[in-house]
Design a binder for this molecule. Structure first.
Ligand code: GLN
Ligand code: ZN
Length: 744
């Protein structure tokens, strides 16, 4: 009989219990005991859900207090010098200091770098290696969870990130693979301890098997897994996801592991080769339920495809979700206001468990065909691509510069921010009152106007050059637009973890997208009416709206993206007509949508870049288009960034090495337009000192010419409070003034 299991379950809790507990703990509202209890409750509910759905194994080790990669770093003693204090007394606080630079105990310190987990919107904390890196094992957290689950009667399958993927994710040494001989003994010991804890199976995630790996990394798999298999008293399930295995498929199936998991959603074409490559002593776990979307699985399809496989493999066929359900919302039953007709088409994590069960039972019973899922006919991709050709602005950047300078008269090193200002408790409360219909639209709007006026007033006092309205009207940069555009389903509780305690609620693309009414114009217009300085219009770009939504599975992404771009173009032109002459179109998700395999890049960029340009292809030369992206490693996508042709790009760089900026500065092939590399890290509550910022600006001027450099924070400020923001921006503006005086 086919078995069922999952690779991981969301850890935020159905009502975001963990988020609330984490934040309360950081604020000092609850003690560590209470936080630990909240975590343990989430875990036991997650395990219970798996058991209730008849899963053969319960996955343990997918829980994390902030991030699973960071949990591994702590487990292997990968703790940079600056975090060394206080660990013995308070391991959890040390962990939080690594994650966010501070914790209830211990001194504030620069947090670890954070970056996106493969092509998802989940962010992990980058392991920071040093040349003398050593590793030690402390698996107590994981072992305790294993015991906890066993105590609750679960048949436990611990999950760990594989050694090669873990090393691949890290930074700080030229070649992390050199560290493998030192790390491997810890994995051996870890597997011994897990076997000692009576884990029959251990899942080892090696998603880098879906990447174009350098050959030395590929070659490292066989010897590594030889050592692990020899040492392991448990059976090993090697899991890869997000991307086809392609040339690594043979390699993966030849490893001495007892089972292999493949992502059949991203790589349906690999089911057959996988079956062919499977050894008689191995199980094949097929990820058929999409771990990254909310649409119900076409179980009828999988029944057809896998019925013969199930007959052939019996218990050696495992049914699973494509990847960890970390990337899906928790439970559809918590959607109390969603239309029933919409709900019927969806499955969140808990429902996905049931889908696995349904499919398994269909095989068991040899049941009749499961019901088909209906598909939407859509516009052809070829049409869309034709429309995207030739969407450049009429004037080249070089021609636009003098016109824009004439209009804006900005100083050198102009200062600005990325868009959002603190979402205060009051604002959140007012929003809640409005949602619950306890205050009128009028009162709500009046409150938002007051927030905007306050944001403008503060920016005037701080002396920023290009202002923003602060985004008070937005709960989230994608959800906001999803709610105002036609063609989306919005969820009440479809939260997915983005990083740490931060969750997002992606809207669901349900059909054709269009803009019934202007979405941001009234707010921008109002903000601009309060200041003589330019106030940036603020939009989320088409690629980001697409990538941070749950897309249709039966409409090509390019088609949905162009529909969004068309709606945004209408908005851009309306803003321009209303006198908003600087418009920022954020594309923080451009990079995460890049296919993991290089072979897919060209095609992606063709439509993604085309859609961005489409949004601003009709604005006047004097209108300055900004874009923003929350990362700094552009090396592989520089051509695409240049092709966006934004007048100004602001990027994240405060947490990463300045060297990365050289991609932008390169004499040839550098970024030809203006650029604002974030000069301080907004993810940490620590306020940057003026001296530091002056230094940083001087450093930036070594790589970026002064006429091109903007001064701004890393990202939006909505997660910070006004006290932090006020001090940080004051220091930033002062630093810009100091350096300006040196260069003009
Ligand atoms: N304009 C947005 C903000 O400031 C950008 C956020 C982002 O890049 N993620 O919040
Ligand atoms: Zn950002």
């Amino acid at each position: 009989m086919a078995q069922t299991h999952i690779l991981g379950y969301p850890r935020i809790g159905a009502q975001r219990e963990l988020k609330r507990a984490q934040e309360a703990y950081w604020k000092g509202d609850i003690d560590q005991q209470a936080l630990l209890a909240a975590g343990s409750q989430v875990r036991s509910k997650n395990w219970q859900a798996q058991q209730a759905a008849g899963l053969a194994l319960t996955t343990v080790g997918d829980f994390a207090w902030y991030d699973q990669v960071l949990t591994h770093s702590l487990m292997f003693g990968v703790v940079p010098e600056r975090f060394a204090d206080g660990a013995a007394e308070n391991k959890l606080d040390q962990y939080f200091r690594l994650a966010r630079g501070r914790a209830p105990s211990g001194e504030p310190v620069a947090a670890s770098a954070m970056t996106k987990w493969f092509d998802t919107n989940y962010h992990y904390l980058v392991p920071e290696f040093s040349a003398e890196q050593s590793f030690t094992l402390d698996a107590e957290w994981l072992l305790a969870e294993v015991r906890e689950a066993q105590g609750l009667g679960h048949n436990v399958k611990p999950v760990v990130i594989g050694p090669l993927t873990y090393l691949w994710l890290g930074r700080g040494v030229d070649n992390a693979l050199d560290l493998l001989p030192k790390l491997l003994p810890c994995y051996v010991q870890l597997l011994e301890q897990l076997a000692g804890a009576a884990a029959q199976w251990v899942q080892i995630d090696e998603p880098i098997l879906g990447l174009d790996l350098p050959s030395e990394w590929r070659d490292a798999f066989a010897p590594t897994y030889d050592s692990l298999a020899k040492a392991s008293g448990s059976k090993l399930l090697l899991a890869s996801y997000f991307s086809p295995l392609e040339e690594n498929l043979e390699l993966a199936f030849r490893l001495p592991v007892d089972g292999i998991h493949i992502d059949a959603v991203r790589a349906p074409q690999e089911v057959e080769p996988a079956i062919a490559a499977l050894r008689d002593d191995q199980v094949l776990s097929v990820g058929v339920v999409n771990g990254r979307n909310v649409w119900r699985t076409d179980l009828a399809h999988w029944q057809r495809v896998l019925q013969p496989v199930s007959e052939k493999l019996g218990g050696r066929l495992w049914l699973s979700a494509s990847c960890s359900l970390l990337h899906s919302p928790v439970d559809l039953e918590t959607e109390t206001t969603m239309a029933g007709a919409d709900k019927q088409k969806l499955a969140y994590s808990r429902q996905k468990l049931d889908e696995l069960n349904t499919l398994k039972q269909a095989f068991e019973a040899g049941a009749e065909q499961l019901p088909e899922v209906e598909k939407t006919p859509s516009r052809s991709e070829a049409d869309v691509r034709a429309e995207l050709d030739n969407t450049w602005r009429a004037q080249k950047y070089r021609e636009r510069v003098p016109v824009q300078q004439e209009r804006w008269q900005l100083p050198v090193l102009p200062t600005t921010t990325i868009g959002s200002f603190p979402q205060t408790d009051v604002l959140r409360q007012v929003r809640k009152l409005f949602r619950n219909q306890e205050i009128s639209q009028q009162d709500y709007d009046a409150h938002l106007r007051a927030e905007i006026a306050e944001a403008i007033r503060r920016q005037e006092i701080l002396g920023l050059d290009v202002l923003v309205h602060g985004e008070a009207e937005r709960n989230d940069m994608v959800e906001y637009f999803g709610e105002l555009l036609d063609g989306f389903i919005h969820t009440g509780n479809g939260w997915v973890q983005s990083y740490g305690s931060r969750c997002v609620k992606p809207p669901i693309i349900a059909g054709d997208i269009s803009r019934p009414n202007p979405m941001t114009v009234q707010w921008s217009e109002y903000a601009q009416s309060l200041s003589k300085k330019p106030v940036k219009g603020m939009l989320t770009g088409p690629v980001t709206i697409l990538n941070w939504s749950f897309p249709r599975e039966d409409i090509p992404r390019a088609v949905s993206c162009l529909q969004i771009a068309r709606a945004l173009r209408e908005e851009v032109l309306d803003l321009e007509a209303a006198g908003i002459g600087i418009i920022q179109i954020d594309e923080p998700a451009l990079r995460e949508g890049v296919p993991l395999r290089v072979s897919g890049h060209e095609d992606y960029f063709a439509w993604a870049v085309g859609c961005f340009r489409y949004t601003c292809s009709e604005v006047k030369a004097e209108t300055q288009i900004h874009t923003h992206m929350c990362y700094s490693n552009f090396n592989s996508i520089m051509d695409a960034i240049v092709a966006l042709d934004a007048d100004v790009i602001t990027i994240e760089s405060a947490r990463s090495d300045l060297r990365l900026l050289q991609a932008f500065a390169g004499e040839q092939g550098g970024y030809p337009n203006e650029i604002g590399p974030g000069i301080y890290d907004i993810h940490s509550p620590n306020v940057p000192e003026r001296k530091e910022l002056v230094e940083r600006t001087r450093e930036l001027l070594k790589v970026i010419p002064k006429e091109k450099l903007w001064i701004n924070p890393d990202c939006g400020l909505k997660t910070r409070n006004w006290a932090e923001v006020g001090s940080a921006l004051l220091n930033m503006v002062e630093a810009a003034r100091t350096v300006r005086a040196e260069i003009v």
